[in-house]
Write a protein that binds this ligand. Structure first.
Ligand SMILES: Nc1ncnc2c1ncn2[C@@H]1O[C@H](COP(=O)(O)OP(=O)(O)OP(=O)(O)O)[C@@H](O)[C@H]1O
Length: 606
């Protein structure tokens, strides 16, 4: 089964994910360097402003110099510094946004690609809703890290250093008094850190649960409405919504408490320095302009500290998001291609399939397919029937290599499918699933699967062949008719015909049809039967049948029960055998009389 490192947030794991993030940031190092230079210049422009006022007070106003031209010069310089600060801030923000967005777009692309590579076992265990959250909102948190946290860390820590240097230059004693609060700040930061991290982790995981639940409900909407489950689902949603709401409130409360503690500390420090500094001014130990600049710097000193702490929560969520994203990256697909040199190319496929002593289970200790032997000759049409849970779909999943066999082998034209690239294998096998998946887009695009190299004429030809052309032409926009996600708006029969046309267009040598159980009207059913025979022509075809009419003319019918083949033969042979198949047929007819009226469904017993 797939390997996934254990979430969340061991320090080593966090370091590893930060290192991985640094790799993504590396190509943008020059941009970051320019950002740092701009930040430095911007800070210098900001911090020189109080110093100018101090010069105006101490070197002009307090000594009664009345030098107007010097005062005007100071005012002009003050204005120039403000404009420069704004200019550098504009440049640095733009560059940082560009770098942040580029990094996140790349991570998102790699993440999406990595998710695509995963085997089915991964999707069995990972709710799609949580993957949606990782691809969309967790990557967005990383963007915030670059555009807010990183900027704040760089700009605000540099501001702090500059302020301390300036304050020390103005008056070392007052500076030392101001630094009394530093240990208190550290104590508060460390005390809150762990609590805040847990708070963010909790709210992220509750959000992810809520998204997963919403996604699950949207895909199962038919069922919910059919079973009148709206109230129950609503109440389950409300539980999740409320717990997310509570986690969020807790997050906000912690945040406010944390930030306000710093505000209080800042104000207390100003009061303290005004008192100490005021006495020093009375004693003429400190100039008035120095005290003014000092108080301004202390106010400015707490601003970056407050900014950094404000970013603390984003840093916490970055940590959580990053670990979650890197956990996905750490998951290795269970089904992998061999090295290119070991792969056997699959040219000119005949379609000979051999299941050789196949053994498989989703869980290691529970076998779903046991020692299964089956040989299908090129061009043969095989029907598979059996009770619910007999292992029919699992057999098909193994042939498509959605999962790997745990014992024995499956061979196509004598080549073990593990020696074939998955690309070649999937080109060889055409799968029409029980619920043919259609994408939001036009019918044309759905048939050619968004491959522009397939011409519209080829699509129309294919649709004509399977008998779908007439019904598509009747639609308002013909082949350009847009269908919504999952093909809602089309009947089950229409969806099936479109998926048959796909087979004709892509020409796979092996066709697998997991027949839909939906009841079709007899006219559509006839249309599908005819289409199936056209599509199956010249292909090895395996049909998991739910209607006897679909497979009664198959070359061979395989009857499965509990992961084994219990009977095989033609429809007539199996009826004459009077075994399991005959019972299935009787069941499907809802009668105990034997006969050849075989129009019912055969998969619902077991
Ligand atoms: N993804 C999965 N994870 C775990 N167990 C699974 C999974 N898919 C199927 N199973 C189990 O494997 C067994 C065989 O299932 P499978 O879907 O192959 O049966 P089937 O014959 O196709 O049934 P049906 O006619 O109802 O579709 C069942 O017991 C089922 O519960």
């Amino acid at each position: 089964m797939f390997k996934q490192t254990k979430p969340p947030l061991e320090p080593k794991q966090t370091q590893a994910s930060f290192r991985a993030l640094a790799k993504y940031a590396k190509p943008h190092k020059f941009t970051f360097a320019i950002v740092i230079v701009c930040a430095l210049l911007g800070i210098a422009a900001d911090l020189f402003q109080p110093y100018l006022v101090k010069i105006a007070i101490d070197d002009n106003l307090m000594i009664g110099k009345n030098d107007f031209s010097a005062l005007i010069m100071i005012c002009v310089m003050y204005g120039g510094l403000s404009i420069s600060s704004m200019f550098f801030s504009y440049i640095q923000n733009n560059l940082l946004q560009f770098a942040g967005q580029s990094i996140v777009a790349k991570i998102r692309k790699d993440l999406f690609q990595h998710i695509f590579k995963q085997s089915m076992s991964y999707y069995d265990k990972t709710p799609s809703g949580s993957l949606i959250t990782h691809v969309s909102s967790d990557t967005e948190t990383l963007n915030q890290f670059f555009t807010q946290v990183l900027l704040s860390l760089v700009r605000d820590s540099m501001t702090l250093i500059f302020i301390v240097v300036l304050m020390y230059h103005l008056d070392p004693t007052l500076t030392l008094y101001s630094m009394i609060v530093i240990p208190i700040i550290l104590l508060i930061a460390v005390g809150f850190r762990e609590y805040m991290r847990k708070t963010y982790q909790l709210s992220r995981s509750r959000l992810s649960q809520m998204v997963a639940f919403t996604a699950e409900n949207l895909s199962g909407m038919h069922l919910i409405q059919a079973f009148h489950q709206e109230k129950e689902q609503m109440s389950r949603f409300m539980d999740k919504n409320t717990s997310y709401f509570r986690a969020n409130l807790r997050e906000v409360r912690t945040n406010v408490l944390f930030n306000r503690s710093f505000d209080i500390l800042g104000n207390l420090s100003i009061a303290f320095i005004t008192w100490i500094g005021g006495i020093a001014v009375f004693d003429k130990a400190v100039e008035f302009g120095v005290l003014y600049a000092f108080i301004t710097y202390i106010r400015q000193f707490f601003q970056p500290i407050n900014n950094i702490t404000q970013q603390w929560n984003t840093l916490q969520s970055t940590q959580v998001s990053m670990t979650r994203i890197w956990n996905i990256f750490a998951a290795q697909p269970e089904v992998k291609d061999k090295e290119a040199s070991e792969l056997v190319p699959l040219d000119d496929v005949k379609g000979d399939i051999h299941f050789d002593h196949v053994h498989f289970g989703y869980q290691k200790d529970t076998a779903v397919i046991e020692d299964l032997q089956l040989h299908i000759a090129p061009g043969e049409m095989i029907g598979i029937v059996g009770t619910t849970g007999a292992g029919k779909s699992s057999l098909i999943s193994l042939l498509c290599r959605f999962y790997d066999v745990q014992g024995g082998s499956i061979r196509i034209d004598g080549v073990d499918i593990r020696d074939i690239s998955q690309k070649d294998l999937h080109r060889t096998i055409g799968l029409v699933q029980q619920e043919p998946y259609l994408y939001a887009g036009s019918i044309l695009e759905n048939v050619r699967m968004f491959d522009p190299t397939i011409l519209p004429e080829t699509v129309i030809e294919a649709c004509k062949l399977v008998g779908a052309d007439a019904l598509i032409s009747r639609m308002k926009d013909g082949y350009e008719t847009r269908i919504s996600e999952r093909g809602s708006g089309l009947s089950a029969g229409e969806r099936q015909l479109i998926s048959f046309a796909r087979i004709i267009v892509f020409q796979p040598k092996v066709l697998i049809l997991d027949e839909a159980t939906a009841n079709l009207d007899s006219q559509t059913e006839q249309l599908i039967q005819t289409a199936l025979h056209i599509v199956a022509e010249g292909r090895t075809t395996i049909v998991i049948a739910h209607r006897i009419s679909t497979i009664m003319h198959a070359d061979r019918i395989i009857v499965m029960s509990h992961g084994e083949i219990v009977e095989e033969g033609t429809h007539t042979e199996l009826l004459a055998f009077q075994g399991f198949y005959e019972q299935l047929v009787q069941h499907s007819q809802g009668t105990q009389t034997k006969g050849n009226e075989t129009e019912g469904r055969i998969s619902s017993i077991g």
